[in-house]
Write a protein that binds this ligand. Structure first.
Ligand SMILES: [Zn+2]
Length: 110
């Protein structure tokens, strides 16, 4: 028995452990979901397999968080570049920041 780390249907390695249920002293039945083909399956795992699943999940989470932070930084830099260019071309004025009062539609056409 080894930790199930690949979807048997599509080969994705992003299987997500959802629920688990102890079956005996060293066997845990884990419900897994494949986010790529939406397959749900149950597979028996040992405690050591569970530690491997936990380790992989923590590793993938760290990867997602670091990619997310990199993308946010890139996006903010792109916005700052646009802002800088708009200011240099004098395309921004106080009018761009006017707060428009909410229109009262109950009063009908003016
Ligand atoms: Zn799959």
């Amino acid at each position: 028995m080894a930790a199930m780390t690949m979807c048997p249907r599509c080969g994705s390695t992003f299987l997500q452990p959802l629920r688990c249920e102890a079956k005996g002293s060293d066997v845990v039945v884990v419900e897994l979901r494949c986010p790529d083909c939406m397959t749900w399956l149950k597979a028996p795992h040992t405690r050591a397999d569970m530690r491997e699943l936990d380790r992989r999940q923590a590793e993938f989470r760290a990867e997602i968080v670091s990619q997310y932070e990199r993308l946010v930084a890139e996006s903010m830099e792109a916005l700052a570049d646009c802002w800088e260019r708009a200011l240099a071309l004098d395309l921004v004025s106080a009018d761009d920041f006017v707060v428009t009062p909410a229109r009262d539609d109950r009063s009908g056409p003016r």
